[in-house]
Design a protein around this ligand. Structure first.
Ligand SMILES: [Zn+2]
Ligand SMILES: [Zn+2]
Length: 338
């Protein structure tokens, strides 16, 4: 089968590799694979991985060759990209997504940017026909957003802010609205992404420089009840702390290399801000993400800027910085067919 393989940092190739089916694993024919900053960090070597490594962890495909239990041949499925041991103390507490012996497909084990992938049945979530193909590629990322917002004591009625209007920020804007936030302020530098955030439900948007004034105006000077930080830099975490109100919640969703950011501890202490650092997602989060898209509450399609065949992957990663308008890039046979 064809696969996108990292042979060394920066050396990405599309080539033929052997496909190995195993009896206890379900074979999935890959239809769509989104790529994100994690994939780019794996490819450029800033997240070191053992090579050769098939990359890709945002996978939607079709069950082939029959699957046990809840799966049938032809079912469209979302892959939970977390791998876990199932036996350690963390797994026994039900925190499979945090297994210290586990990891992420496409980084710690081979991924899904390929014609086929295999997975145990408990990592496959059926995607019903009510989810349009055009929206399905965002389901994995949305699952992590669902997981993150579950850590907020109350979204309903909250005056919310999203700092960073990339793919995850734009999903957070929609999810906050779907879960009943009173209003969402979107903060981002790009005018195009601010317009898209407004189209997807942000009540008002502004630049980071304008944010303090805008949020004060929207909240009667009290600050936000919920701030989702979706960038991952010291400056944006500090901005989130500034925009947060008393006894509010800041969700640090963006990930940054350790040691880069200096936490605004006094500001967080002064306002008794609850800071949460959610990671990955559980199976229940993925099922909720699927239901949200199936009901039309959250859209994925407006965030997809590029749909390309697998063969285009090396060139896209090599020239990523040449385009600033990119949001979600999706690879795969189903992607190239439309
Ligand atoms: Zn990703
Ligand atoms: Zn474990």
């Amino acid at each position: 089968m064809q696969a996108v393989v990292l042979d060394a940092p920066g050396a990405l190739a599309v080539r033929e590799i052997a496909f190995e089916a195993e009896e206890h694993l379900v074979v999935v024919q890959v239809e769509q694979v989104g790529v994100c900053g994690t994939d780019r960090a794996v490819v450029d070597g800033s997240v070191p991985v053992r090579t050769p490594r098939v990359i890709g962890h945002e996978v939607v495909g079709r069950v082939r060759g029959g699957g046990p239990g809840h799966l049938a041949t032809g079912d469209r499925v979302l892959l939970d990209p977390s791998v876990w041991c199932g036996t350690c103390g963390t797994c026994r507490r039900g925190l499979l997504h945090l297994c210290p012996r586990g990891g992420l497909m496409g980084r710690d084990v081979d991924g899904g940017l390929a014609d086929f992938v295999t997975a145990p049945p408990d990592r496959l979530h059926v995607v019903p026909g009510s989810v349009p193909d055009a929206d399905a590629a965002l389901l994995q990322v949305l699952g992590t957003c669902v997981h993150a917002q579950r850590a907020v004591p109350q979204v309903a009625g909250a005056r919310a802010v999203v700092v960073g209007l990339g793919v995850s920020g734009l999903l957070h804007v929609q999810l906050l609205n779907a879960w009943g936030a009173a209003a969402v302020v979107g903060v981002g530098r790009s005018p195009e992404k601010r317009r898209l955030a407004e189209r997807l439900g942000a009540a008002v948007t502004c630049t980071p420089d304008e944010a303090a004034q805008v949020v004060a105006g929207e909240t009667g000077g009290e600050g936000a009840d919920v701030v989702v930080e979706a960038v991952g830099s010291g400056a944006t975490v500090a901005l989130a702390a500034e925009l947060a109100g008393f006894a509010s919640t800041v969700v640090v969703f963006g990930t940054s290399p350790s040691g880069v950011s200096e936490a605004p501890l006094h500001e967080l202490y002064r306002k008794e801000v609850r800071v949460v650092h959610p990671r990955a997602a559980t199976g229940a989060d993925y099922d909720d993400a699927i239901a949200l898209v199936a009901s039309g509450s959250v859209r994925g399609a407006p965030l997809v800027t590029d749909r390309l065949p697998l063969a285009a992957a090396p060139a896209v990663f090599a020239s990523w910085g040449d385009r600033r308008d990119r949001l979600k890039v999706v690879f795969g046979p189903a992607a190239s067919a439309r």
